[in-house]
Design a protein. Structure first.
Length: 697
């Protein structure tokens, strides 16, 4: 088994696209450059290296392709590459013109460990504008047989070949050539339906203004439609510029995302790398029923695909060539983040607008604590009134101080209600909470300092009970404020508590995103300077349920939420990868280690305070992951099973039992915790060693 710190342990595959220098009609030189780049790529842990179309001869040979001398030299160069590849631990995909059945084919040749193991001919030959490929080549459909003789042996020949890497589950490779991607039904589409997860395109592709954007869009779109990785190479330095130019464009995409891209118009040879997540692709395919339906619809196209087993020896690779966002719910790019915030607010507002219309009400009741969640919900409620043409006074906002409410959060709550122009009220819940405690015979009802879960939940219940009765009294609905992160961890009071509302606008918004939604409002300036000052104060306030009185008189909360259930930054990370992709705990910890192991590396969302730009070492990551697994899988599903309605906001999903997450309330976390225990046992002895360079901030 691969060690925990290796990417291959976690079903990641390092793939490479190489752009070598070429010389026209000089196969010996071109073979030398191919071998050199293949060695470089393999030395860095890549197990697949893709080269450009017709790279052994060069693409721009025109009628030189009709010269037997050149074609003989190409075949000899392939033998040279194959021999050299005997000690290169990677599948090489190189481009060459090959004679077969009395015609010439534009081919992709697969080579591994000294053997030519397969040949894929080009399906679609462009013969328009600057392209005249039909002058020289036959198309794949014109081939009669399904093998070709090379190096004295019969080799699989056709567009139906998939290279199945048996040593790395999920790695299945298909090849197409340049124009094949530009067609309505690329051959790679059928290969993906047949199980190929990595689609490779050997291209030459001259450059014209705007063409690179189109190429990039094509590759990203094909990877998204096929739920696959898509690798693309284009000819670089050395091709003829008689009438054309070449930019050496290389791309690696995964399910619609661009993972790596070459420098265009570079004078030097290049290799780009990316670590493709095969498990993520397989998980997506398993979830998308329409993908399975397409397999059934095109069964006749995919059932006869030939699979060539390939036992590639997997290297141990401990660096990660892949960006892992610390905040998967929050884009790092400021423009993209603002666009997402705009969409989130409108989703929340439109959800609440429709619920009010359906319920036939013009007022809402909301509890305002002075914390992040109720602030976000209050802003949504106020804006919803604006959109409905109703006065903001129709938002009946109540702050309800209890036994541990700090003066700061109370001030923030009143200042926020005033700044937004809603109907502001205060109800002291302590008298009714004391009465409830006395009715229960609880010692705190008689003044004893017994601060147990009953003491806490009596306060949460009193607040919610007041809100529902206020809604009855004013012909309104209660707007919930609890967020996705709290629901995931069960950090909410069930029933008549903050878990319940008539409609919860925050139900699928994680805590890490709520902070940026509020910052987005501040940047917009739409609420004015006074409101912005209040929002800044709320953002700077430590997260606490404020249910247990502090033992000191410094007005600091006795409860610090993140000391109990973990940093929301880490727990939102765990939530995303476990619910969105179903990853094992070990893989989630591995990704978190790369995302959070060093506070000095990588982008941080704009506006994130310096004190939140921290690192977490692997023991800390594993500790809080254990807390997440137990709370999420074992003790909190019953709360989610009875959660109120609320709009799904992000593609990261929701936990609604009517939507993205349907789970039994009686499940146990045993298998997840056992898997985590195995990881801890494996890496425990290495945590104090420099096996992994992880630094605390």
């Amino acid at each position: 088994m691969q060690p925990f710190f290796s990417i291959y342990r976690h079903n990641l595959a390092r793939l490479a696209v190489a752009i070598p220098a070429v010389r026209i009609a000089e196969p010996v030189f071109n073979a030398e450059r191919t071998i050199a780049l293949a060695r470089r790529a393999a030395a860095e842990g890549a197990i697949l290296v893709l080269f450009p179309e017709l790279g052994i001869s060069a693409y721009s040979n025109d009628d030189l392709f009709q010269q037997s001398t050149l074609l003989d030299a190409v075949e000899q160069a392939l033998l040279t590459i194959a021999a050299a590849a005997n000690d290169i631990n990677a599948l090489l995909l190189v481009g060459a013109p090959l004679r077969h059945e009395g015609r010439l084919f534009n081919c992709a040749v697969a080579i591994y460990r000294g053997q030519i193991i397969g040949v894929t001919p080009k399906s679609y030959l462009p013969n328009y504008r600057e392209f005249y490929e039909k002058r020289h080549f036959a198309a794949a459909r014109d081939a009669i047989g399904d093998t070709i003789q090379l190096a004295g042996q019969n080799v699989p020949f056709g567009t139906d070949v998939i290279y199945d890497v048996t040593t790395l589950p999920g790695l299945a490779v298909h090849v197409e050539i340049c124009e094949d991607l530009w067609t309505p039904l690329p051959p790679s589409t059928f290969a993906a339906l047949a199980g190929a997860t990595v689609l490779c395109n050997l291209s030459a592709s001259n450059i014209t203004i705007g063409k690179a954007d189109y190429r990039r869009a094509l590759c990203m779109n094909q990877s998204a439609r096929t739920l696959a990785a898509y690798l693309y190479s284009a000819a670089g330095p050395g091709e003829s510029t008689t009438d054309l130019a070449w930019d050496g464009h290389a791309l690696i995409c995964e399910n619609g995302e661009l993972l790596a891209e070459s420098q265009r118009f570079c004078d030097e040879e290049q290799i780009i790398f990316a670590d493709v997540d095969l498990e993520r692709l397989l998980q997506e395919r398993a979830r998308q029923t329409s993908f399975s339906d397409s397999i059934g619809d095109y069964r006749s196209h995919v059932r006869h695909m030939r699979r060539i087993p390939l036992a590639i020896t997997l290297p141990v690779v401990t660096d990660l060539r892949r960006s892992v966002a610390r905040f998967p719910f929050v884009p790092n790019d400021p423009a993209t983040r603002d666009e997402r915030c705009y969409e989130a607010y409108n989703i929340q507002m439109h959800g609440l607008m429709q619920r009010m219309r359906s319920a036939g009400v013009e007022k809402v009741v909301i509890g305002v604590s002075g914390g992040l969640d109720s602030t976000q919900a209050l802003i949504v409620a106020a804006r919803t009134m604006d959109r409905l043409g109703l006065p903001r006074q129709n938002v009946l906002a109540y702050t309800m101080p209890g036994f541990a409410t700090s003066s700061q959060t109370r001030r923030n709550a009143h200042a926020l209600m005033t700044a937004l122009g809603v109907s502001a009220h205060e109800i002291d819940i302590r008298p009714s909470a004391l009465q409830m405690l006395r009715d229960l015979g609880h010692p705190a009802g008689e003044g004893a300092a017994v601060y147990d879960v009953t003491f806490e939940n009596v306060q949460a219940g009193e607040r919610t009970s007041h809100l529902f009765r206020l809604a009855n009294y004013h012909n309104a609905i209660v707007v919930g404020t609890g967020d996705l992160s709290e629901l995931a961890l069960g950090w909410c009071t069930y029933g008549v508590g903050d878990q319940m509302a008539h409609y919860n606008v925050n139900a699928s918004v994680p805590k890490t995103l709520i902070q940026h939604l509020i910052r987005y409002v501040i940047r917009s300036g739409e609420l004015g300077d006074e409101a912005n000052r209040v929002l800044e104060s709320i953002l700077a306030t430590e997260i606490s349920p404020e249910l247990v009185p502090a033992s000191s008189s410094d007005d600091k909360p006795a409860q610090r939420t993140e000391e109990i259930i973990g940093p929301y930054a880490l727990q939102d990370f765990n939530l995303y990868y476990i619910t969105r992709y179903g990853f094992r705990p070990g893989k989630v910890a591995f990704l978190a280690m790369h995302a959070w192991g060093n506070a000095d590396v990588g982008a941080w969302p704009e506006g994130l305070p310096a004190n939140e730009r921290r690192a977490y070492d692997l023991p800390t990551i594993l500790h809080w992951l254990r807390v997440f697994l137990f709370r999420f899988f074992q003790i909190s599903q019953f709360k989610r099973s009875a959660m109120p309605n609320g709009p799904k906001v992000g593609s990261g999903g929701s936990l609604s039992p009517r939507g993205d997450w349907r789970a039994p309330s009686d499940a146990r976390a045993t298998v997840w915790l056992a898997e985590l225990d195995r990881v801890v046992a494996e890496v425990g002895d290495t945590l104090e060693k420099k096996h992994w360079d992880v630094r605390n901030a």
